[in-house]
Design a protein around this ligand. Structure first.
Ligand SMILES: Cc1cc2nc3c(=O)[nH]c(=O)nc-3n(C[C@H](O)[C@H](O)[C@H](O)COP(=O)(O)O)c2cc1C
Ligand code: SF4
Length: 519
């Protein structure tokens, strides 16, 4: 009888709730019973409340069990879980779990399915078909395909990827670079991490295609230092890609060369901003550069550089493989394709949901997320990281679309959703946003460096009721200065969370005046 395949995720979220211990208990119990198993450490399926999610593969179908702690393992063997027998933790066929079944996974198609360190598994699941197609195309045709797909940058600013690539292609230089922004500093976001840990080859393939398209033969992945599991997954995948000639000289037997390295950041939110990132990659202090020149013209070491987010690059292989039309068929308006949304904060079913643009925020939070974890009404949601607006209930029907969010003075950003129930103090959240800017400011420009510190003081006075009307006027004025006078979006967008909290949750800033204590 062949060994039963058992999948236990090696994703950091699963590890944090005991996946390694579960895997070790399964291996030990199988050995004790003399049962042959093949243990595969896969990426996470993104159903984070069910981690560690263990899967058994039988007759080509994967059956899920979760959450499985080490202490559950003996009972699972006793119940005959290897044969898919009934057990309280049996969730049925993984692909039929509604949270997964209702998604449209293009970028995350393989995450959770494959062994992230196995190039053979990657190839068996359609890997490197995009690169094969790209190798038969001219650089201009690759760029045209990415442009036609409508793919926009997934790191936050939603700039069309094809236009950026076209600029790099059209800028003559002896050396060009491809840089992946894997700093993932936004609160409540983890899609880059999950992708790098669960399917690192797709990022490598996307970056290689970017190199072919623009004439760059050196790539760097700038990875936040808080992601050690992603680092080891990427390094293992890069080594395997070199061994099988998907990286290095003469990729896939062609005349093209592409080299790739991982570089670790040192832990600063501003190093996610592309020009600070380039400074940091050059070994300098991460501080924002003036633009122009754009990185596409003068980027890393002054050379033309494609810099994109992890998810942007990872979305490219499927575009080259299935065609621009296939990809751009998903989505709405100018937001084409899919976005991996990340549900976090006070939410019952937190996790990763990749869906086409167009679903409403409400459908996502209730249809997938199941409402708040506390069971209390959801009062506010911050979408798009620490610089995103706080949205009230009246805006929950906004479709997940870049333009629809811009119209309500919000942003989709990197797809992070942080949910708050009705116990939240929105004045404290506004103060937190301003303080975040003060702490993370790179210090290059005055409105952000000094304005954010003054902003915290003004919010404190406003909440304390000291000349509240005057303080609110000063706060709004200061936010206007930050919006128009900041060099980068850290200072420029901090007013989003502050002003949205003030506009939609004004009562939280005006605390009832306490009656004087009786004499
Ligand atoms: C303060 C700040 C932090 C940022 N952090 C990130 C980040 O962690 N990851 C990211 O991909 N983009 C981040 N960005 C956006 C980048 O500057 C840039 O737009 C992005 O890397 C371009 O890639 P894309 O077009 O694929 O999104 C940040 C921007 C700002 C202003
Ligand atoms: S806005 Fe803030 S982070 Fe951005 S350049 Fe100015 S000081 Fe630096």
């Amino acid at each position: 009888m062949s060994a039963v395949k058992i999948y236990v995720p090696c994703d950091a979220a699963a590890l944090s709730v005991g996946a390694d211990e579960t895997a070790a208990a399964i291996a030990a119990e199988a050995a004790r019973r003399g049962v042959q198993i093949q243990l595969v450490r896969n990426g996470s399926r993104g159903l984070l409340w069910l981690e560690p999610l263990v899967e058994i593969e039988a007759a080509g179908t994967r059956v899920a069990f979760g959450p499985v702690q080490a202490a559950d393992v003996v009972g699972l063997f006793d119940a005959g879980f290897l044969a898919g027998k009934p057990h309280a933790l049996n969730l049925g066929p993984t692909a039929e779990i509604p949270y997964l079944k209702r998604q449209e996974r293009l970028t995350f198609a393989r995450v959770g399915l494959t062994d992230p360190r196995s190039l053979r598994d990657y190839l068996a699941h359609g890997g490197y078909r995009g690169l094969t197609a790209a190798l038969a195309m001219s650089p201009a045709d690759i760029v045209a395909s990415v442009t036609a797909s409508g793919l926009r940058g997934r790191g936050g600013a939603a700039f069309p990827a094809g236009i950026k690539w076209k600029t790099v292609l059209g800028t003559p230089a002896g050396q060009k670079y491809v840089v992946c922004n894997a700093d993932e500093g936004d609160s409540g976001t983890f899609s880059d991490r999950m992708l790098m840990e669960g399917d690192p080859f797709v990022l490598i393939e996307g970056m290689t295609i970017a190199g072919l398209a623009t004439g760059a033969d050196q790539g760097y992945i700038y990875l936040r230092w808080e992601y050690p599991e992603a680092k080891s997954a990427l390094e293992a995948a890069i080594a395997a890609a070199y061994t099988d000639h998907y990286l290095g000289e003469r990729i896939c037997g062609s005349e093209h060369r592409f080299d790739l390295e991982v570089r670790m950041g040192a832990g600063a939110y501003i190093c996610g901003e592309e020009t600070s990132l380039l400074e940091s990659l050059e070994g300098k202090r991460g501080q924002v550069r003036f633009k122009p020149p754009l990185p596409a013209v003068q980027g890393l070491f002054g050379k033309p550089t494609v810099i994109n987010n992890v998810i942007t690059f990872a979305s490219v292989p499927i575009i080259l493989d299935r065609g621009a039309d296939y990809y751009q068929h998903f989505g709405m308006g100018r937001s084409r394709g899919t976005l991996p949304m990340q549900l976090a904060g006070n939410i019952k079913y937190g996790g990763l949901v990749e869906i086409a643009f167009g679903m409403t925020l409400r459908e996502l939070m209730y249809g997938f997320g199941g409402g708040s974890l506390s069971g209390r009404p959801i009062r506010a949601v911050q979408v798009g990281g620490p610089l995103g607006a706080y949205l009230p209930e009246s805006q929950f029907d906004t479709p997940l679309d870049y333009e629809a969010f811009a119209a309500i003075k919000g942003m989709l950003g990197h797809g992070g959703i942080v949910v708050f129930d009705d116990s939240v103090d929105m004045a404290a959240q506004a103060r937190y946003a301003m303080e975040f800017c003060a702490i993370e400011s790179c210090g290059k420009c005055t409105p952000c460096r000094i304005g954010s510190t003054r902003g915290v003081e003004v919010i404190d006075r406003l909440v304390a009721g000291e000349n509240a009307v005057q303080q609110e006027t000063i706060l709004r004025d200061l936010c206007e200065t930050l919006t128009y006078g900041s060099l980068c979006a850290l200072g420029g967008l901090t007013p989003y969370p502050v002003i949205s909290a003030l506009d939609h949750f004004h009562g939280d800033f005006v605390k009832p005046v306490k009656a004087p204590a009786p004499a």
